[in-house]
Write a protein that binds this ligand. Sequence first.
Ligand code: NDP
Length: 250
Amino acid sequence: AIRHYAPSEDCLAGKTILVTGAGAGIGRIAALTYARYGATVLLLGRTSSKLEQVYDEIERAGGPQPAILPMDLEHAPYDEMQQLHNLIYKEFGHLDGILHNAGILGDLTPLEMYDVTTFTKVMHVNATATFMLTQALLPLLKAADHGSIVFTSSSVGTHPRAFWGAYALSKQAVEGMSDIFTQETQNTTSLRFNCINPGGTRTNMRAHAFPGEDPMSLKTPEDIMSGYVCLMSDDSINVRGQVVALQPKD
Ligand code: NDP
C-alpha cells in the first residue's frame, strides 16, 4: 500500500523534516518532494554548493523556506549534533521527521582483502553517524505529535551478499537500529522508526556499483517518492518497525 500511496497536496504541511545527503541523488529529490507537499525542509549535507542549489529550487517552486545545515557525517563530533538539536529548537520550535539518506558505497571486494580504513569510514557514515544524529535529535522528535524517523537500507542490508563488504554490514546495522529503537520506544512515544529500501535507482552511487548497467533501465528517484512521502505523513502513523522495499519497479 505504501508503494501505491497517492499523497494529498498538503500532507506534509506544517511539518519540519530533516533530510541527510540532501544535495544529490535520492536525498535531493526527497527534499524537493517534501517541500512540494508542504514541509519545511532542513537540508543537511557535506557539500554546501549542492545544498544551495536545492535551496534555490525549493524557493523557485514557491515551497516553504528551507534551511541549509552543512555537516560532514564522517567527521562531525557528537556535540555538533547536540548543537544542531538546539539550533533546530530555537529556529523552528519542532522537528517532525528525519530522512537518514546520506550514505557511501565503499569498496566492492571480498572481506578478506577489504581495506580497514575504508571499512571504518563506511560503517561510521552509514551507521554510527546515523545513530549519533538520531540520539542527539531524539528529544525534539519525541516531542512531535507524530514524529517519523526513516532510515535508508538496501537489499544487502536485508540479505548480506558477497563482495558488498562494509556497505552491506552498515545497512544491516541500520535495519537493526530501526528495530531496536522501535522496541525500546513503542510503548512510551508516538515516534515511529522505519527503513526504506529504495531498490536499484538511477543515481551516482548506483552507477559506481554497477558501471556496466544502462542507467536508463532503472527507475528514477522521482519514481519512488510516494513511499518516501507516505512514511513522513500522518497517513503512516501506524507503520512501525518495518522495512519498506520500493523494488521492483511498479
Ligand atoms: P548518492 O551517492 O547519489 O548520494 C548520496 C548523498 O549522501 C550525497 O548527497 C552525498 O553528499 C551524501 N553524503 C555522502 N557522504 C556524506 C557525509 N560524510 N556527510 C554528509 N553527507 C554525505 O547516493 P543515492 O542517492 O543513490 O543513495 C541515497 C541512499 O539510498 C544511500 O543511503 C544509499 O545507500 C541508499 N540506496 C541507494 C540505492 C540506489 O540504487 N541508488 C539502492 C539502495 C540503497 P555529496 O553529494 O556532497 O557527496
